[in-house]
Ligand binder design. Structure first.
Ligand code: G3H
Ligand code: 13P
Ligand code: NA
Ligand code: ZN
Length: 311
């Protein structure tokens, strides 16, 4: 069932669980994610970055956005679990327009690099015309640049809860990504993971809307180890442990963005398969091994985020 992201996130917010949003660039990850979600009887969000849209359209962003909608809808329309398609980190209006026009369930306007007032103005504008097409909107406040060496980053890098309240009221945004100390990619922390839980708690109390955790990959040791055993070098990689993410969910996170963990799992499977089967060159075989690992990550996240059984 193809659904509006707002609908499934508001339900998650009321019932204190989170739905993972998985980034895809191709058919293989989509299949693995949907298979995992069906097996867990869970709602799931598929998301694509601007880069993914450009890649899928081979440079033509309208083609890329249309291809993703068609692929996702083909699955969504024929299965019972709720599936939403979201534009991740929309920074350029042409990508947001392409996603809305193509039929995405929701878009993110990421003007978090701008000053607060400008972020608010741009977000408000996007909300106005995305809502006119029935598309819900995510925005971001603060910057995703980890908290280094266990010292809290400068106040202006993390979300200001009072600003979040004003921002949500004035823009009418449907869900908000507050920066609380995570960052994108496989190298999030030098020492232990350090998130600002108090700040998150305040943002939820003051906004009371679904909240989004970006940079939420755990960088799973089991897949890093397999990838490295078969030639990868991910030295120093570090993510957010599942326990920390669960604490975020208790405090009001309802959408958990995950890209890196799927990429690492996939490459681990492909590397292992190719090394163990040096004569094989059929992509369906070596992709399948990567897809099996991606599906494992998907099912694990659906379980610990509490989305399992919530379809
Ligand atoms: O937020 C970043 C996502 O992991 C997507 O990354 O721009 O490489 O597709 P990307
Ligand atoms: P990770 O790099 O931690 O998977 O974060 C993904 C993300 O936030 C996509 O928006
Ligand atoms: Na997003
Ligand atoms: Zn992100």
């Amino acid at each position: 069932m193809y659904v509006n992201t707002k609908e499934i996130l508001e339900k998650a917010s009321k019932n204190f669980y989170a739905i993972p949003a998985f980034n895809i660039n191709n058919l293989e990850f989509l299949i693995a994610i949907i298979e995992g979600a069906i097996e867990k009887n869970a709602p799931v969000i598929i998301e694509t970055s601007e880069g993914a849209i450009k890649y899928a359209g081979n440079g033509d962003i309208y083609r890329g956005a249309n291809l993703f909608v068609k692929m996702v809808r083909e699955y969504a329309d024929s299965v019972k679990i709720p599936i939403a398609l979201h534009l991740d980190h929309g920074k350029h209006l042409e990508y947001i327009a392409a996603a809305v026009k193509a039929g995405y369930s929701s878009v993110m306007i990421d003007a978090s690099h701008e000053e607060f007032e400008k972020n608010l103005t741009i977000t408000k504008e996007v909300v106005k015309w995305a809502h006119a097409s029935g598309v819900s909107v995510e925005a971001e406040l603060g910057q995703l640049s980890g908290i280094e060496d266990n010292v809290y980053a400068a106040e202006n890098v993390l979300v200001d809860p009072e600003q979040a309240k004003i921002f949500v009221e004035e823009t009418g945004v449907d869900f908000l990504a507050p920066a609380i100390g995570t960052s994108h990619g496989a190298f999030k922390f030098k020492g232990e993971a350090k998130l600002d839980f108090d700040r998150l708690k305040k943002v939820k109390e003051l906004t009371n809307i679904p909240l989004v955790l970006h940079g939420a990959s755990s960088v799973l040791k089991q897949f890093v180890d397999i990838a490295e055993e078969f030639g990868a070098d991910f030295g120093g990689a570090k993510g957010v442990p599942a326990e920390e993410i669960k604490k975020c969910v208790e405090l009001g996170i309802n959408k958990v963005n995950t890209d890196t963990d799927l990429r690492i799992a996939f490459v681990a499977g492909v590397r292992k398969y190719l090394k163990e089967n040096p004569k094989e060159f059929d992509p369906r075989k070596y992709f399948k091994e990567g897809m099996n690992y991606v599906k494992e990550v998907v099912m694990d996240r659906l379980e610990f985020l509490g989305a399992s059984g919530k379809a």
